[in-house]
Design a protein around this ligand. Structure first.
Ligand code: GDP
Ligand code: MG
Length: 162
């Protein structure tokens, strides 16, 4: 089986946009409405001659159990099944309670976790990324999934972490 990269994070941070970057095509559904990714969907990707599986997550049921519980479940699932976990946070919005809930789970992960500061579309956005140090998951990696900024460097890091 191929190594699995799980992309987790609260709705609307740009997980599916990043997954599309990783797989090099627009297969994952991107939408402004939170919760559009129905469940966990996996895609095959190839980078630097190495094949791997990228798992997009979503499927939130805010009414059933609350967003924090929902994201904690996704993070737990990722820790059981993935070889690398990418936690995506919206650097334009900053840290939310839901991001904190995900980070709390992932801080005890034995699987490597890469903290991605997404929506850093230009140099001015770098300051927002620095705030994510407070999640206690090490250095935030600033990218723009939408424009592709630093996406290749992130993929290099993901593969190095597998
Ligand atoms: P998901 O719910 O986490 O899967 O988020 P999506 O990938 O569906 O993206 C949610 C919204 O954020 C969409 O409108 C995207 O176009 C937008 N978005 C994603 N990545 C970026 C980015 O790097 N910069 C900006 N400015 N917007 C982004
Ligand atoms: Mg999505």
């Amino acid at each position: 089986p191929l190594p699995v990269v799980a992309v987790v994070g609260r709705p609307n941070v740009g997980k599916s946009t990043l997954v599309n970057r990783f797989i090099g095509r627009r297969a994952a559904v991107v939408q402004d409405i939170p919760g559009v990714t129905r469940d966990r969907i996996s895609y095959e990707a190839l980078w630097n001659g190495k094949s791997f599986t990228v798992m997009d997550t979503g499927g939130w049921e805010p009414k059933a159990s609350g967003m924090a519980a929902s994201i904690a479940r996704q993070a737990e699932f990722a820790m059981r099944t993935a070889d690398v976990i990418v936690l995506v946070v919206d650097a334009q919005v900053g840290v939310t309670d839901t991001d904190l809930a995900a980070a709390k789970v992932l801080r005890r992960s034995k699987t490597p976790v890469i903290l991605v500061a997404n929506k850093v579309d230009d140099e001015r956005g770098e300051a927002g990324a620095a705030e994510l140090w407070s999640l206690g998951l090490g250095e935030p990696f600033p990218v723009s999934a939408l424009h592709g900024r630093s996406a290749g460097d992130l993929l290099d890091l993901v593969l190095d972490s597998m």
